[in-house]
Ligand binder design. Structure first.
Ligand SMILES: NC(=O)c1ccc[n+]([C@@H]2O[C@H](COP(=O)([O-])OP(=O)(O)OC[C@H]3O[C@@H](n4cnc5c(N)ncnc54)[C@H](OP(=O)(O)O)[C@@H]3O)[C@@H](O)[C@H]2O)c1
Length: 370
């Protein structure tokens, strides 16, 4: 079993430091940042980015997923947001980046940590999610779209809050505890080196393998993701500039078609992959689910998800959001993937198996009479 520390260390060479990509040339006031989390997927990128920009970093987590991974440059506090915040008692920080509250208990976690820290920090940045939106039907989507509540999207009696509800109520808890001093960032799918979910990674891996491959839809559906390093940089800029408010975090602005997305991945990783576009309804009839294991990161742009890949990011860009080219994300992700042990790369967690892909393509050809 590959532990988290080894997994991340394997990617360091492939994951360029954010300092090289950040187009910010002006001097920055050095801050002492508390990162709640810090050792998952986004966390190490956020920590490295902050260190590269000269900030001082303390992380708080249970010490399970990456104890000691940063060495002596980072102070590690161990506790549990489910009840043990004692390591934070009496401590002060210039800003807090909360990237660990994603469970159904997120509202209570945020309530406790903001109550404890509000007198001893200037800014609380909460990492939320695109899943807070009631739907993504609007084109373009902006932060003005309605968010889920218990009223507009009832939670069955006795059931824990789902992910979108938990994040939405956690946002509210942060605003209530620290009015005017909260920054909320709502990322879409976070992609890039060190992602253990393989939801984006599958595409560069499959495309690099080459040959005919199944591509969902007719190529016109839009897609917006966020490179983990772009997200880390954006969040750091929001903290450095003391920017408050609510922001989405996907890219590029307005989205790109799935056709362009796959072509850019191919340009990034090379190879001779040829895309056979297969009708979405044909795929759904055969049990593939949008955003499911066999169709990672893909949603048809229609009905309640018409705007899922079509966010207008003018406000976010004005606040400092930048985007790496998809080619770069794909190339770096594949380079990192190729450093992992064979036992891990043999067990990719998403995407179509080779046999299933062949069957689908054959059935599609038969149906199309080709
Ligand atoms: N990944 C995506 O595509 C995506 C998309 C939108 C939004 N987001 C949001 O982005 C944030 C970061 O995501 P991620 O994928 O990087 O998360 P992750 O890999 O699950 O990392 C979670 C972090 O929280 C810590 N943690 C977990 N339970 C804890 C507890 N009870 N007490 C204290 N610390 C605890 C973990 O360390 P220990 O295990 O050592 O405690 C780890 O450092 C999350 O809030 C997520 O909801 C993610």
């Amino acid at each position: 079993m590959l532990d988290r520390r080894t997994f991340v260390a394997a990617g360091l060479a492939a994951a360029a430091s954010c300092a090289t990509a950040a187009p910010v040339a002006r001097p920055v006031a050095k801050k002492h940042l508390l990162i709640l989390g810090g050792t998952g997927f986004l966390g190490p990128h956020q920590v490295r980015c902050a260190l590269a920009r000269g900030h001082r970093v303390t992380v708080f987590n249970r010490g399970r997923s990456g104890k000691g991974m940063f060495g002596p440059d980072v102070e590690e506090l161990v506790g549990d947001r489910n009840g043990d915040l004692s390591a934070l008692q009496g401590r002060g920080f210039d800003a807090v980046i909360d990237e660990s509250a994603s469970q159904s208990s997120a509202p209570e976690w945020v309530q406790r940590s903001t109550e404890l820290l509000r007198e001893r920090t200037e800014q609380y940045l909460f990492v939320s999610t695109r899943s807070v939106y009631l739907d993504t039907a609007a084109v373009p989507m902006t932060t003005a779209a309605p968010v889920v509540t218990r009223e507009n999207s009832p939670v069955p009696e006795g059931r824990p809050l789902g992910y979108g509800h938990a994040k939405a109520y956690a946002e509210k808890a942060a605003h209530a505890a620290m009015p005017g001093r909260v920054t909320v960032v709502r990322p879409g799918l976070i992609i890039g080196p060190e992602d253990d979910t393989d939801r984006f990674t599958w595409w560069p891996v499959r495309i690099a393998r080459g040959g005919e491959m199944m591509a969902p839809g007719d190529g016109s559906d839009h897609v917006q993701n966020i490179d983990v390093r772009d997200l880390a940089e954006f969040q750091l800029r929001l903290v450095e500039d003391r920017t408050f408010g609510v922001f989405n975090a996907v890219g590029p602005d307005g989205g790109q078609t799935f056709r362009r997305f796959l072509e850019r991945i191919r340009a990034g990783v090379g190879g001779n992959a040829e895309f056979t576009w297969v009708d979405v309804d044909f795929l759904l009839e055969r049990g593939l689910q949008p955003y499911g294991r066999e169709l990672p990161g893909f949603r048809p742009m229609r009905g309640s998800t018409a705007g899922f890949g079509r966010f207008d990011l003018s406000r976010e860009i004005a606040a400092g959001l930048t985007f790496r080219p998809t080619e770069t994300t794909a190339r770096d992700t594949l380079a990192w993937w190729n450093t992992l042990p064979a036992e891990r790369t043999a067990a990719i967690k998403t995407g179509l198996g080779a046999e299933r892909e062949r069957e689908l393509l054959a059935a599609w050809r038969a149906r199309a009479g080709r």
